[in-house]
Write a protein that binds this ligand. Structure first.
Ligand SMILES: Cc1ncc(COP(=O)(O)O)c(C=O)c1O
Length: 499
């Protein structure tokens, strides 16, 4: 601890007290910490004990240290001067913006939180698509925490397995079977939400420049993740309720070497559309014939309140291994837990497990444990019923209000937590947003979900720019806010159409 080199021309006890003073002043020895005893220090420095005693006496007189009888000698906080650091003659100022790599620069550029209009207190926000915190079953969750921690004890607080907490992975595999998925030859990895799941999958299968197909528009976070990986993203346009055009999909596959297809068949973000079973089957059959992997985003399965369960593409795939299913508990339970999963072929999951271990060892075991306990409790199915009822009522009110107040070209959304409105081409939503913000209403403009297809020469083709689309999230809004907010948006559109 003390690395002092004594010089010949000065008394050792003075050198030692100066050395300790300096350590106290620059904060290397912190207030209240204990100094070694005089015996220990004399042995450590190979000097006489009386030398150490004399040094301690000086330090005590000058109030650098104090002694408590029978307990030892301690550092006095009065003398610490944290700014007494060594002065460096060459000042080092790094320009971190220049120092950053392409990955970081892209992350900042694509981070809409940094540049898009943000919610301010008091606004009616159609921007959020987070679950309604008022529905959260806090008591049930507290019980789950207490029960699981009592049962598992230190197991949940120690390191766990990269693949995930076994009871939770088994629960999920059974859930998959209940939803008609063939789990033979497949495995599952718990991730920090869908977002980490997609990141890990892409890091395993995509190289820079690979072509990936997706719906256009699509989930903004997915666009960001794909572009940060330098994937060449090709969008298939959704122009109406019918979703993507199969003819366009076939053409894109014929003309491009496609690495994977990313799809959100249920409660597609931002349109809220649920793809029909027939369409899922048709898409699956086309992609299978061409041996193309499908990444299915299955984040909102349990939000289905407006119709029968539609079989997932993962289930349609049966015993084949070309579908990678990425799911999440963010919308049906608590996004703050950051728990999701990747389900797919065993050999793929095996590699993803190693990637995950290298990233963050594993997703929090305590969180996985509580989540499992909650999923197993009687409260979970009741909770799901409750939120479905609640969101259904809000959805119906939104639909009624939009139909009454907004002049639209298309109104999309089959349930879930948001709807998508495509306005007449005369209305540019960025201009509409500006006007609405002035009246205390905010929403998300369609352009942030837009995928523009750029070839290597920077030529943009197949661009379906959502300059006149807006996503309206309603999950967290009160009925009175929905009514007021939609009226305001409608009034502004009317004025813009008349200008
Ligand atoms: C399409 C889509 N997938 C997945 C998620 C969930 O992401 P995460 O699990 O990382 O919270 C969201 C959340 O908004 C989403 O919109």
């Amino acid at each position: 601890m003390f690395f002092i080199q004594f010089k010949e021309n000065k008394k050792k006890y003075i050198q030692l007290s100066d050395y300790i003073k300096n350590m106290i002043e620059n904060g290397s020895l912190t207030a209240g910490s204990k100094l070694p005893s005089t015996r220990e220090l004399s042995e450590e420095l190979k000097i006489g004990r009386s030398t150490v005693l004399k040094s301690y006496e000086i330090l005590e007189v000058e109030e650098y240290i104090f002694t408590i009888k029978g307990k030892g000698t301690f550092i006095n906080e009065l003398k610490i001067k944290y700014n007494k650091n060594r002065e460096f003659t060459n000042s080092s100022l790094i320009n971190w913006e220049e120092h950053m790599n392409k990955y970081a620069k892209r992350a900042v550029e694509l981070d809409i939180m940094k540049w898009d209009s943000q919610y301010k207190k008091g606004m009616i926000s159609f921007k959020s698509i987070a679950p309604d915190g008022d529905t959260f079953d806090i008591d049930g969750f507290k019980r789950a925490f207490y029960n699981r921690l009592s049962l598992e004890g230190s197991n949940l607080l120690n390191y766990g397995y990269a693949k995930g907490y076994k009871p939770l992975t088994e629960w999920l595999l059974k859930y998959m079977v209940d939803k008609g998925v063939n789990i033979e030859g497949k495995d599952i990895l718990i991730t920090n939400g869908f977002t980490e799941g997609l990141n890990i999958v892409l890091s395993a299968i995509c190289e820079s420049g690979d072509k990936v197909l997706c719906e256009n528009p699509t989930h903004n976070t997915a666009i960001k993740i794909l572009k940060m990986r330098e994937v060449n993203l090709i969008g298939i346009n959704i122009k109406s309720r019918e979703g993507i055009d199969i003819k366009e999909l076939k053409e894109l596959i014929e003309n491009n070497d496609i690495k994977a297809v990313f799809l959100i068949p249920s409660y597609h973000n931002p349109t809220g559309l649920v793809m029909t079973y027939e369409k899922r089957e048709e898409i699956y059959s086309i992609l299978s014939e061409n041996n193309i992997p499908i990444i299915e985003d299955w984040f909102a399965e349990e939000l289905n309140y407006s119709g029968d369960h539609v079989k997932s593409i993962t289930a349609i795939g049966g015993s084949n291994n070309n579908v990678i299913n990425i799911g999440s508990f963010s919308k049906i339970l608590f996004p703050g837990m950051r728990i999701g999963w990747v389900f797919g072929d065993k050999s793929l999951i095996d590699a993803l497990e190693s990637i995950k271990r290298g990233l963050n060892i594993h997703t929090s075991f305590i969180d996985q444990g509580i989540l499992y306990e909650y999923l197993e409790s009687e409260q979970f199915p009741q909770f799901i019923k409750r939120i479905r009822r609640r969101y259904k009522l809000k959805y119906e009110l939104m639909k009624e209000m939009i139909e009454e107040n907004i002049k639209y070209e298309h109104l999309l959304g089959d349930g879930g937590l948001y709807m998508y409105v495509i306005l007449p081409s005369k209305i540019k939503v960025r201009a509409l947003l500006k006007r609405c913000i002035k009246r205390g209403v905010i929403f998300t403009c369609g352009d942030v979900f837009s995928v523009s297809n750029e070839d290597s020469d920077g030529v943009i083709s197949n661009k379906y720019n959502y300059e006149n689309g807006l996503r309206l999230g309603f999950s967290k809004l009160k009925n009175s806010e929905i009514k007021k907010g939609i009226r305001i948006i409608g009034e502004e559109i009317k004025e813009m159409l008349n200008e």
